[in-house]
Design a protein around this ligand. Structure first.
Ligand code: PLP
Length: 392
């Protein structure tokens, strides 16, 4: 099967892309315009948490699109109310605001913390974030991010995001002032290289933020909705944050994100927050189908077991091939190379024949794995075998 390629010049250039078009996806596999299949361990950067085109999402989209797509966020609708209830029932949070992207949910978290600081902490507005963190690509979330070079790109930045070092409590303590409204972090820095915040650090950070009277915000856009083997990654440290953001997995591939907060923090007034698409029934019906699947008995146990299985396989491969090792939580993992051939490996994996392999290298010395949460164990074996072939 070969499909004629459409011209692409009309698309705005934002990055180099390989000369292939994907035409179909099923579970762990993608098929390109020439009929070549690729085992997908990126899954749209961890968005397709149930794999490509899962039946639950097909059904939710078909049924909801035939019923009601968007009555406007000025009115309640059933799927968004049900999804909010399911999220609050399964978390320490009381209220949810739905958005379309992770960056938009984080913008909401930043606004909520600033509003709270203005109302309850004498105008405090600073949010301490972390070196090498990633919170999105809007101007405010780029300013919040600690990605090297982003402080100059699109300058001037939005002020008020001093940077601490992950797993270094003293570096946070040193930045807390009367101007501080919140501390915001990813439980595992994803784009930064799959670097987990230590449970002891998260627990100490929770104590510190409580003692100093500032909010703790967790950005779980990448780590949430089962990715790390628990429904939310902060549960691994047994902490209860004040605010959490979700994206990626919550929509299973469609644009859906969420801002969650405890009742004490919910201080938006009319007009402070909104958006044309927030909580639309089409996307929240998908979110509901995804979350019902992820919280069903046994699902998260299988994520954890498959995460351990992938971890053991990667560890063995590292020992066999002389590479550094692996790290991560659940099904968000990284293979640490002894050299900087990450981008070349990603390309070589894609070019494998007859079947290719999709991987991602957020750092030159690192390969990241974000398979579907329901990835087939045979496909983990197949991926490890393909990687073995490339590393020998
Ligand atoms: N926050 C984290 C931790 C992320 O990993 C990402 C995306 O990679 C974002 C925010 C931004 O999400 P989106 O691309 O949906 O705006």
């Amino acid at each position: 099967m070969t499909t004629a390629l459409p011209a692409t010049e009309a698309l705005m250039w934002i990055t180099s892309r390989p000369d292939l078009h994907f035409v179909e996806g099923r579970g762990d596999w993608l098929t390109d315009h020439q009929g070549k299949r690729y085992l997908d361990f990126v899954q749209g950067w961890a968005v397709n948490c149930l794999g490509h085109c899962p039946p639950q999402i097909q059904q939710a989209l078909a049924q909801q699109s035939a019923k009601l797509i968007n009555p406007s966020p000025a009115f309640f609708n059933e799927p968004s109310a049900k999804l909010a209830k399911l999220l609050t029932d399964h978390s320490c949070f009381d209220r949810v605001f739905f958005a379309s992207t992770g960056a938009e949910a984080n913008e909401g978290a930043i606004k909520l913390a600033r509003k709270w600081g203005r109302k309850f902490r004498e105008g405090a507005f600073e949010i301490i974030t972390f070196e090498n963190s990633f919170h999105g690509r809007t101007i405010a979330t780029m300013s919040a991010s600690g990605k090297p070079g982003w402080d100059k790109l699109f300058a001037p930045q939005v002020p008020g995001f001093p940077k601490a070092r992950l797993n270094d409590l003293e570096s946070v303590e040193a930045l807390i002032t009367p101007q501080t409204a919140a501390v915001m972090l990813e439980p595992v820095q994803g784009e930064g290289g799959v670097i987990p915040a230590n449970p002891a650090f998260l627990q100490a950070l929770r104590r510190l933020t409580q003692e100093t009277g500032v909010l703790l915000i967790v950005d779980e856009v990448q780590t949430g909705v089962g990715r790390c083997g628990t429904l939310f990654a902060h549960e691994l440290a047994g902490i209860t944050p004040d605010i959490m953001t979700l994206g990626k997995g919550i929509g299973g591939g469609v644009p859906l994100a969420a801002l969650l907060a405890t009742e004490a923090v919910c201080c938006f007034e009319a007009g402070d927050q909104g958006g044309t698409y927030n909580g639309n029934p089409l996307m929240t019906a998908v979110g509901l189908a995804v979350l019902e699947t992820v919280v069903a008995p046994g699902f998260l146990d299988r994520v954890k077991a498959n995460g351990d299985y992938l971890s053991a396989g990667l560890q063995q491969l590292a020992e066999e091939t002389g590479h550094e090792g692996e790290r991560g939580n659940g099904l968000l993992r990284a293979f640490i190379l002894a050299d900087e051939r990450g981008p070349a490996l990603v390309e070589a994996a894609r070019n494998l024949a007859p079947e290719g392999l999709l991987l991602n290298a957020p750092r030159p010395n690192l390969i990241r794995f974000m398979p579907a949460l329901n990835v087939n164990r045979d496909h983990i074996d197949q991926m490890l075998e393909m990687l073995r072939q490339l590393l020998h």
